[in-house]
Design a protein around this ligand. Sequence first.
Ligand code: ATP
Ligand code: MG
Length: 360
Amino acid sequence: GSAVFSGIQPTGMPHLGNYLGALRQWVKIQDEAPQDARLIFSIVDLHAITAPPRDGHGKGEWGAGGGGAAGTLRRYKREALAVLMAVGLSEERCTLFWQSDVPAHSELMWILSCQASTGMLSRMTQWKDKSAKEGAPNQRLGLFSYPVLQAADVLVHGATHVPVGEDQSQHLEFARYTARAFNNAYPLSPSSSPPVLREPTTILSPHKRIMSLTTPTSKMSKSDPQGAKSRISVISSPEHIRKSIRSALTDMQSDRISYDPETRPGVSNLLDIFNSFDKEARTPEVLAEEIEDIRTLKHETAEAVVQGLAGVREKYLDIMERENRKYVDRVAAEGAEKARKSADETMRKVREAVGLGGKC
Ligand code: ATP
Ligand code: MG
């Protein structure tokens, strides 16, 4: 049967880019998928430790957030899981879990590392961007091999479909390539039997990359050191959403609106955001025609976002309080149980194909 897998890093409160590029798509898939499809969504904490955790209020590095780095990571993990439910994922219909609760992800990663191409890894855009920020002497192996773990995440659950934002499509291409390399290295007999690892299809979000509000030439990102001003969290209050969009960087080219992401990234980003929430589904170009000036664009975009995210904040706060704040942990534990079963099925075949574990 079909299986959907996707993940989000617990590196901070999910933002508008995560919502439009990923979470909203996950909910749509849940609502439309056939009953027998497995839907697996993970809070990928092993990925999150490739960078030191930043405090949610923009102050800190290691040690921030009370309880040190571990305390910050735990807080982000709970918040991310609560957000998944707050935007509409059902903890009964889906498998929602913290990645590190399922050791098979790490085990398969090592096995795939033995097939993965370092040349391909060094061409990954995310590696080039994030490692450049760190500077040459501090570049760490985990950031470099990140796509191998991501490949393992997807392949260990035999996912057929992986919904992601555009920034992840290169990593998915790598995952398919690595699965093929594994299958070629460990062919099964008879040769007509299906290969051990299934090559997943990427489902790209129909919505463009959402850009930072302060630097509209880079994507909106949880780990953006520019901090809270560059993004709108999915649990922002209406007042906060309005204020953030009012202060978004646009340009001085003209007070007239035009859609051109190359030359007018700030204005075009707002048009993209507006389009993503527009009930009449007007294209950014049409919106640019219809809207008078930048002030009006900001006002109407803010109202569209406030409406689009209505109810998420309240539901989130409710979930965080349930069962004396223990509900989220219980959902994660039940999700991990289901995810371990799903991963073990693949790992039995992998170990057998390679000659690892079990009887000799
Ligand atoms: P980090 O900065 O820590 O990498 P992030 O904001 O990039 O955080 P991820 O957890 O890496 O978020 O990604 C989760 C999902 O959100 C992925 O499917 C990714 O493609 C999507 N996504 C992330 N940022 C954007 C964005 N600006 N626009 C659209 N989709 C995005
Ligand atoms: Mg990212």
